[in-house]
Write a protein that binds this ligand. Sequence first.
Ligand code: SAM
Length: 208
Amino acid sequence: MSDESRQNHWENVYTSKGENQVSWFQETPALSLELIALAGAVPSSGIIDIGGGASRLVDCLVSQGYEDVTVLDLSPAALASARSRMGNRAERVTWIAADVTTWEPSRSYDVWHDRAAFHFLTLAKDQAAYVARLRRALRPGGHAIIGTFAPDGPERCSGLLVSRYDAASLAATLGSGFELIDARRHEHVTPWGAAQKFQFSTFRRERD
Ligand SMILES: C[S@@+](CC[C@H](N)C(=O)[O-])C[C@H]1O[C@@H](n2cnc3c(N)ncnc32)[C@H](O)[C@@H]1O
């Protein structure tokens, strides 16, 4: 999929569907919040949600007192929806409309969180571009929390093919320099009651 058709796809999703009409909707992203805390995040930690879409994770992080939260997504409509939901509190957040595979990070972060964005990158060149951004943007000693469909999870999401991972295959895809420190299977239930098997893997970026 070209960068342009990828963006068109997601803009179309977020302009045509309500927040809880998408399979990935979560009222409260409890596991993500738990894993971010487990990564040792403190209020001043730099946290970026990659492919955050219109997720309520950012609302919860700001409510919990995190002061340096960034949301990156290639769909401006998704970011606009989250911003309008948050009202004035959106001003405390940095919003980046970009494709993660071509984004040029201008700073580093303590925590990189991604729920269900990386798994849409099915081409090796796009996966490599993502990992290159992860290496540039995550500080040594920082943590990457990546949630993907598990090997027994759905083959598609939002009509698109995905790559499914367990912790070992995700570690192999990231390559050297990332120590796996936590691996969990997770069952997400869609707003219409279907169960989806996820894998959440947390890596510590090794110091050079
Ligand atoms: C299944 S949704 C998950 C959204 C959010 N993480 C959540 O848990 O609610 C996938 C998100 O990834 C974003 N996305 C897909 N490919 C992307 C890319 N190459 N760069 C940035 N965002 C991307 C989409 O716009 C969409 O918001």
